[in-house]
Design a protein around this ligand. Structure first.
Ligand SMILES: [Fe+2]
Ligand SMILES: [Fe+2]
Length: 300
């Protein structure tokens, strides 16, 4: 069973990027370095073998399938949302290296959605189109998820598309997308779901793709941390990041709550709300330290 200490011992669930090896000097990888890392970390979602996964899925109890469905649907829709809402940030690049990096992130997100679409088609057995499967998976989502991904994220993306030179809009977007959605929610979900499936020894194809997705997400979060660290040198932007987080964290906490569960005391795949929330928010706080944002000051 993981504890909060696992976060430090595992370097935030990965040794993929230098983000997990932050030194006191807090030197982060630049967009140029992250672009080059992307070239070295290519993978293909469509070659992963899902045949054993289908057998495993059919052998699961109704209850286990329902629990997993809720968790996986959030990722399936989440990957679709972050792909389609990313375009404004690509337009908001400030130099050529950043542009190169940002284009890679959008295609990564499309590939992640492809992995889930394939899983829902071949393993869960949902017929029809990609769009029809997304629509079916939407039935599993909770209201906080809708608020964050259809409300906050879409609004934030529209502001950036309206004016890609608006630095405040860019800071708001990256705070939501890279710090909350990826750094807090996605990496936490990936850690617990992967551990659960590996302990049970099931869905090996899904896990193979999910680990590669996690590798990409660490690179994405490394970009967001780098970007916000640069901008947080300006006290007004630093304050802005903290204010956005104060608004977004309660919504993000709601995303982790299974439908119908007590938000203060629930279990996901056998992990307590204390464990999942603790993991999520410790990961966030560690990055905020690197960025130079003090949430305690913002709350005062
Ligand atoms: Fe993703
Ligand atoms: Fe991502």
């Amino acid at each position: 069973m993981p504890t909060l200490l696992d976060l430090t011992s595992q370097g935030d669930v990965g040794t993929i990027t230098d983000e997990s090896k932050l030194s006191a000097s807090y030197t982060l990888q630049t967009p140029q370095q992250l672009y080059e890392l992307w070239e070295r970390q290519q993978w293909q979602s469509h070659v992963i073998d899902l045949s054993q996964d289908r057998e495993d899925w059919m052998a699961l109890s109704e209850d286990d399938r329902a629990h997993l469905s809720w968790n996986l649907s959030s990722f399936f829709i989440g990957e679709e949302r972050v792909t389609t809402q990313f375009s404004g940030l690509v337009q908001a690049y400030e130099d050529q290296s950043e542009e190169a990096y940002l284009t890679t992130q959008q295609v990564d997100e499309a590939r992640h959605a492809q992995h889930f679409n394939r899983f829902y088609e071949q393993v869960v057995g949902l017929d029809g189109t990609f769009d029809a499967r997304l629509e079916r998976a939407r039935n599993d989502l909770n209201p906080a998820f809708i608020q964050l991904f259809d409300g906050e994220l879409v609004q934030s993306g529209k502001r950036l598309i309206a004016d890609p030179t608006d630095i405040e809009a860019k800071v708001d977007f990256v705070t939501l997308y890279h710090m909350i959605i990826e750094g807090t929610l996605a990496l936490t979900g990936q850690f617990f779901i992967t551990e659960y499936l590996e302990e049970k020894g099931i869905l090996p194809g899904f896990v193979e793709g999910f680990r590669l997705i996690s590798q990409d997400e660490h690179r994405h979060v490394a970009y967001g941390t780098w970007f916000l660290q640069q901008k947080a040198r300006d006290p007004a932007l630093r304050r802005r990041i903290a204010d956005r987080l104060m608004h977004l964290i309660p919504i993000a906490a709601g995303v982790l709550v299974p439908p119908g569960a007590d938000p203060y005391n629930f279990e996901i795949l056998g992990y307590s709300s204390e464990q999942t929330n603790g993991f999520a928010f410790k990961a966030l706080n560690r990055r905020l330290k690197v960025i130079g944002v003090d949430m305690a000051a913002a709350a005062a």
